[in-house]
Design a protein around this ligand. Structure first.
Ligand code: DGL
Length: 268
């Protein structure tokens, strides 16, 4: 049955696990195949051409797992590759940018919206373009925060170094009086409490991972392929460093990770 086929989810590395975490919470019977491109991370500083090539390879790999839908759980790949690859794929495919932008557009009161992400995501201007589809009057302030990804990957989630760097990065958004801030990189929800402390309680923090899981459920229901019941299975694949990945996944996922397997992604 197509309903029992897994959802393919991928990211440049561990960050997309924040999206898997939301899928597990909100679509608890869905089977998931996850691929983390740990050998080639980070995507945030690479060219669009490279990201499109990587994305095509990963989709090819996920198709061998007979996925019924694909989630690009990476802001940079959603920004650079989704529109190009979507017409090439014969299953529904979504990214994380539109769901995040949708929520921000419907949450802001002042129209001052901040976006933080990798250099690639911010330079692509994608959040700004999508937000302006909702309201051309929005004032969108983007800020690349390239040090956040390595800080999260080093496990410095609650650390004075992270506080110091976050204070510097976020000052421009505080000065702009944003009332809504999009966490436009998959790693950032993991330092949400630091961002919250610096931005203050009055700013709405939008986690696109949460909204993406909602969009995915709507999409699967619309297509009649939503798996409503049954025990789910989760399979994890990476292009390098299985043990490090498993340790990270075990620390943030609400399920016991069975095994992470290695994939020679260049061969796809
Ligand atoms: N997963 C990436 C994103 O959401 C961040 C890490 C990277 O630069 O590859 O943009």
């Amino acid at each position: 049955m197509l309903k029992d086929a897994p959802i393919g989810v991928f990211d440049s590395g561990v960050g997309g696990l924040t999206v898997v975490r939301e899928i597990i919470r909100q679509l608890p019977s869905e089977n998931v195949v996850y691929f983390g491109d740990t050998a080639r991370v980070p995507y945030g500083s690479k060219s669009q051409k490279t990201i499109i090539e990587y994305t095509r390879q990963i989709i090819h790999f996920l198709k061998t797992k007979k996925v019924k839908a694909i989630v690009i759980a990476c802001n940079t790949a959603s920004a650079y590759a989704l529109d190009t690859v979507a017409p090439e794929v014969d299953v529904p495919i979504i990214g994380v940018v539109r769901p995040g932008a949708y929520t921000a557009a419907h949450t802001t009161v002042s129209g001052n919206i901040g976006v933080i992400g990798t250099e690639g995501t911010i330079n692509s201007g994608i959040y700004s373009s999508v937000l302006h589809e909702y309201n051309p009057g929005f004032r969108v302030i983007g800020k690349a925060c390239p040090l956040f990804v390595p800080l999260v990957e080093e496990g410095l989630l609650n650390d004075s170094v992270t506080d110091e760097i976050a204070s510097r990065y976020l000052q421009v958004l505080k000065d702009a009086h944003v009332d809504t801030l999009i966490l436009g990189c998959t790693h950032y929800p993991l330092i949400r409490s630091t961002i919250r402390r610096i931005m203050g309680e009055g700013v709405n923090l939008v986690n696109p991972a949460y909204e993406t899981a909602i969009s995915l459920r709507c999409l699967l229901k619309e297509q009649g392929i939503y798996r409503e019941s049954g025990e789910p299975e989760y399979h994890f694949f990476v292009s390098d460093g299985t043990d490090k990945f498993s340790a990270f996944a075990n620390s943030i996922l609400p399920v016991e990770l069975v095994e992470t397997r290695l994939v020679p992604i260049d061969e796809y």
